[in-house]
Design a protein around this ligand. Structure first.
Ligand SMILES: *Cc1c(COP(=O)(O)O)cnc(C)c1O
Length: 217
C-alpha cells in the first residue's frame, strides 16, 4: 500500500457513507518509521502526521518542519503532565487527554503560552486496564470539566481492543460525541479505517498501511 492507495480508499469510504469528499483527515502515523520513509511521504505532498511519543517527535519534526511548510502534527499517544509544555509547543493536536490533572495542566499552560493545541478526549471504550482513556461512564463529566476549563475540545478518540469487532467501539464513541456536542471523531487505524469512516470518523490514524511495518529492533 501507499499514501496514494490509502487516500483513494478513504475517498471511496467517504462516498460509500454518503459523506462529503475530504471530510476525513488522514493522519499518517510516522512513529518508529525511518526518516527516509517519512520524507518520501512529505515529498508526495502529505502534511498531516501523528506520533505517539513526545521525545521521539521532538527528535525529528523540528527539522522536517523547517524543510516542509504547513506540517500539522498530532500527538496520538499518552501524555505525561511533565511533558505537556513540550507537547504543546510541538503539536497542533493532542488526542489523548484523559484525566483531570492533565486537563488542568494544559489549561494552565495554555494561559501562560497564549495558545492551545486542539484537543481530543480519549475514551477507553473497551474498559481495558492497560489502556489510557476515561471510562465511557465518566466521559460526559470529563468533557464538561474540560469545557469548564475553556479547553478547545474538538472531539473524542478511541483505540478498540485488538480482539473485538471495532465497529461496536466506533459506534459507542460516536454516540458519546453526539450527546456531548462534539464534532471530531479520531478513530480507525490501518486495519479498520474504512469501518471507522462508515461510522463517522473525522480523523483516521493510519501508520503501517502507508509506511510499511514498523521495525522495533
Ligand atoms: C500506532 C498507532 C496507530 C497506527 O497504527 P497502524 O496499525 O500502523 O495503522 C494509530 N493510533 C495510535 C494511537 C497508534 O499508537
Amino acid at each position: 500500500m501507499s499514501l496514494h492507495d490509502i487516500s483513494a480508499k478513504i475517498a471511496e469510504a467517504e462516498h460509500q457513507a454518503g459523506r462529503d469528499a475530504g471530510s476525513v483527515t488522514l493522519i499518517a502515523v510516522s512513529k518508529v518509521q525511518p526518516n527516509a520513509r517519512v520524507q518520501a511521504v512529505l515529498e508526495q505532498g502529505h502534511r498531516c502526521f501523528g506520533e505517539n511519543k513526545v521525545q521521539e517527535a521532538a527528535g525529528k519534526w523540528p527539522d522536517f518542519k523547517q524543510t516542509f511548510e504547513g506540517v500539522e502534527l498530532h500527538l496520538i499517544g499518552p501524555l505525561q503532565t511533565n511533558k505537556a509544555r513540550q507537547a504543546m509547543e510541538l503539536f497542533d493536536f493532542i488526542h489523548a487527554v484523559d484525566r483531570p490533572k492533565l486537563a488542568a495542566t494544559i489549561a494552565r499552560l495554555a494561559q501562560e503560552m497564549g495558545h492551545c493545541p486542539g484537543l481530543f478526549v480519549q475514551v477507553n471504550t473497551g474498559e481495558e486496564d492497560q489502556k489510557a482513556g476515561v471510562l465511557p461512564a465518566d466521559a460526559d463529566a470529563f468533557v464538561a470539566e474540560c469545557k469548564a476549563l475553556d479547553l478547545p475540545v474538538k472531539g473524542l478518540m478511541c483505540i478498540p481492543p485488538v480482539d473485538e469487532e471495532p465497529s461496536l467501539h466506533f459506534a459507542l464513541l460516536a454516540k458519546i460525541a453526539a450527546r456531548n456536542g462534539l464534532a471530531g471523531l479520531s478513530m480507525g487505524m490501518s486495519s479498520d479505517f474504512e469501518r471507522a469512516i462508515a461510522l463517522g470518523a473525522t480523523h483516521v490514524r493510519v501508520g503501517s498501511a502507508i509506511f510499511g511495518e514498523r521495525s522495533y529492533e
